[in-house]
Design a protein around this ligand. Structure first.
Ligand code: PLP
Length: 464
């Protein structure tokens, strides 16, 4: 279609083939469209498509034939009217992909959201009393049961949970943190900045690589409110490093009348070591070590909706609930519905079978190989050459840095992999893949089974 050596007169000939706006608006197809979307929007679309064609001709392409114009205008309208928040197929192999919306919800969580969204609910209603109830009641019982904590509360996300805890419990007083834990989580969330915003004063303790228990003990004074531990979610320290255990920190804090606040980040209820990964600290371990307030995300390894979960001692959690900012940071009924349903999977011991994040982590390598091989066979029938290669998936989402899971990748060689990847992103259901050494890589681990057919027809249509 494109000719790079088009002369000036060739180009002028192509420009002359461009129809007038009115002529296009009079075609039966577009006249019909005008009825549904209105004359003004249609005329705007026609002008935009003509402008695109002029740019294409300037770049050496030829003008579209007259009978393809209505289709081009329709296509443009579909793209222009598409919502900006859209489902995509995650073929990257990064399970908790923050840019792609983190955890996909379980079928039970989806059903719960639909039930609660469609009608009225007991969000803040006590059925026994026949009057006002508290939205804090909903996930509380399950969270306490699963973690062993006395009390629990749910807010918008873990960033909000950390802010609320510091603000409600430490405002105007000092919080002791190891220099190795003054971290940036990503997206501009930095522990020292959140601390400052909360009105608490940061006291840095120890050094970047080594912090001892006595470093904390020496820093305690009448202004101290808490020792805070922040999990090194998205980086790893190796070599000459040391840090007291959570139980040691908690004992030291309590002996001096201070609180121990533990920001777990991902916060898992399941031992990751059972799946060939490094052990990520569990919420139960933090509760067992005696931490007063523990915060973690709902949509990282828990595998539920975006939320910040606070568990801990009743008197402290109640202070968070009474804080004026609690209302600004609260969650809606849909989040609570999805969270409760997700927690039920854990309660019934079915988390690994039912929660997509855990299903992906636990996927047997033989299943992944079989899926990749099935994709290869499908594409071969369309004369597209692909190979199946061993590779690695990542957990992502600021958990288990550097940890990978062995996987089977579908690999496609192409002279212009970036162009193909860009074309895949422009499809009705965009496909996001990886490119490594000029090959397009697709990891079955993160492709939901129900999206497989769409993935394959999209690949066949784009790569050809
Ligand atoms: C991810 C993370 C946060 C932020 O959690 P969000 O739910 O994304 O707000 C805070 N602290 C740590 C240690 C984290 O890993």
């Amino acid at each position: 279609m494109s000719t790079t050596n088009a002369t000036v007169s060739d180009r002028q000939a192509e420009y002359r083939k461009l129809p007038a706006v009115d002529a296009l608006l009079r075609t039966p197809e577009l006249a019909h469209l005008a009825v549904t979307i209105g004359d003004a929007m249609l005329a705007e679309a026609v002008r935009a498509v003509l402008a695109n064609a002029r740019r294409a001709i300037a770049a050496g392409e030829v003008a579209p034939t007259f009978d393809t114009w209505p289709h081009l205008v329709q296509q443009h309208l579909e793209e222009a009217l598409a919502p900006s928040l859209r489902p995509v197929i995650n073929a990257t192999g990064v399970i908790i992909h923050t840019n792609l919306g983190r955890a996909p919800l379980s079928a039970a969580a989806l059903a719960a959201v639909q039930r609660m969204a469609a009608g009225y609910s007991t969000l803040e209603y006590d059925l026994v009393a026949g009057g006002r109830g508290s939205r804090h009641d909903h996930a509380r019982r399950l969270l306490c049961e699963l973690t062993g904590a006395e009390a629990a509360m749910v807010v918008n996300n873990n960033a909000a949970a950390v802010y609320l805890a510091l603000s409600a419990l430490c405002q105007g007083r000092e919080v002791l943190i190891s220099r190795s834990q003054l971290v940036e989580i990503g997206g501009g969330f930095r522990i020292p900045d959140v601390l400052r915003q909360s009105g608490a004063r940061l006291v840095e303790v120890g050094t970047t690589n080594r912090t001892h228990l006595h470093d904390f003990i020496y820093a305690v004074n009448a202004e101290s409110a808490a020792i805070m531990r922040v999990h090194s979610s998205n980086f790893k320290q190796l070599g000459f490093v040391t840090m007291p255990s959570l139980a040691e920190l908690t004992a030291a804090a309590h002996a001096r009348g201070l609180l121990l606040i533990d920001d777990l980040g991902s916060g898992t209820l399941i031992d990751t070591a059972a799946y060939g990964l490094a052990p990520e600290p569990t919420v139960q371990q933090s509760v067992g070590a005696g931490a007063d307030i523990i915060t973690f995300s709902g949509d990282k390894l828990l595998g539920g909706p975006q939320a910040g979960i606070v568990v801990g001692r009743t008197e402290h959690v109640e202070r968070l609930q009474r804080h004026p900012m609690a209302r600004a940071l609260r969650v809606d009924k849909l989040t609570l519905a999805a969270l409760e349903a997700t927690l039920y999977s854990y309660r019934h011991g079915r988390a690994v079978q039912e929660i997509p994040v855990w299903r992906m982590i636990a996927a047997p390598i033989a299943d992944l190989q079989a899926r990749a091989a099935g994709w290869q066979t499908f594409l071969a029938a369309q004369s597209i050459v692909a190979e199946v290669h061993p590779g690695e998936s990542a957990v992502g989402g600021g958990s288990l840095p550097g940890e990978t899971l062995p996987t089977a990748l579908l690999a496609i060689d192409h002279p212009a992999p970036d162009l193909i990847a860009a074309a895949l992103r422009r499809q009705p259901t965009p496909v996001i893949c990886r490119i490594q050494q000029d090959r397009l890589l697709f990891d079955p681990r993160t492709v939901l089974p129900e999206q497989e057919e769409t993935l394959l027809t999209t690949l066949a249509a784009v790569i050809k």
